[in-house]
Design a protein around this ligand. Sequence first.
Ligand SMILES: [Mn+2]
Length: 428
Amino acid sequence: MKILIGHSNMDLDCFGSLALARYLYPRYIPVRSRLIHPMAKGLFSLYHDHLGFMPSRELKGENVEKMVVFDTRNAAKIREYMDYLKPFSGDVVVYDHHVHNICDIPGALLNEASYGSNTTLVAEELMARNIIITPDAATIALTGIFSDTGSFTHENVNARDFEASQWLMNQGASIKRVKQLLKVWHQDLQIDIFHKVLNSVSFRSISGYSVLFSHIRLDDQVNGLSEVVQKVFEVENADAFFAVFSIEKRNRTILIGRSQNDSIDLSRIMQDWGGGGHAKAASATLKELVSRNFVQTLIHYLKDVLVPACNAGDIMTREVVVVPDSCTVMEASLFLENMRHTGVPVVGSDKKLVGFISLRDISKARVAGEMQASVRGYMTHKLYTESPDASLRDLERLFLEYNIGHVPIVSDGKVVGMVTRSDYLRHI
Ligand SMILES: [Mn+2]
């Protein structure tokens, strides 16, 4: 017997991969996991017959000589099937997009690419071989791509995900069906947990990153927690989110992470906690109940492992020119013209910052015919400054909320640097 499998608790990306894999491996039998991920239950019940699944328990006593694994390279995630196959000595091929994880399936031949969706990896082979598929298969596959890329909004999305989707649309995939199949985030329990998590979140600034934490306890294991965490992360604005769930009945703790900062690699962080996943989305299960102070433990751990974030001092221009407050508007205007700058800080005789004069301010003096007036009368007194250790988020807030183009970086009242909007944009 030859089989196609996904990870346990099969999700939409697994189904998308398998729907396409049947064309690459026509003589192989797709095997379903015991549990189906709640996101994929609707799709599974509609397309079960179409996909021709065999339940995993029927593997018992079968002689499997070839197996193709989709959407995981982790032996623990296919244990459900392997337990029925002992001793297994057949060939294993893996198609997986979790490129940061370690492949620990013995003898596996690994096909990988860091695409947003595993389905894309399989679709590429079909595209290369010019295989024609049914509109149903195309719809199932496209649902998998939408699901794993957060409808093309997660940062994991790759140009190839779009190319595969275009190809699937050309094969007759229905966006209307895809939308229906994705809409299962409506279970009362998930909504209840969503509000619990949202109410329990707290922000911490760690090494210059804004990190969100939550810790709630649940009586028993609930499926779909990662969708809940994703939704909470979408409403809050943080570099990363660590959601802790204590599952009392099972004596275990689930840790789910989300990141939108390239410097916070969750796949590596979760490995330290015995889990894994992607750089921007990963999780771990601890086989114990943790204390109420577990978030503190996490904070201490993150302080150790996170490389301090870039701050204002790192991206500022150090050679800042200033004009004295004793000069006239005309002198300031000539100065800006020579320097080709749009604004300059104004300092007092003690070299301390007293204001900021921009071309906008100067044009007001020109209109009023007061170019010989003191720069003090036309400069902006209301200053938005930051210290060198201000985070990039603090700077971003100034640029966005106050619509200013320059932020003087001040230490002990003296200008030590400047960050312009273009410095900031260049950096991000
Ligand atoms: Mn996947």
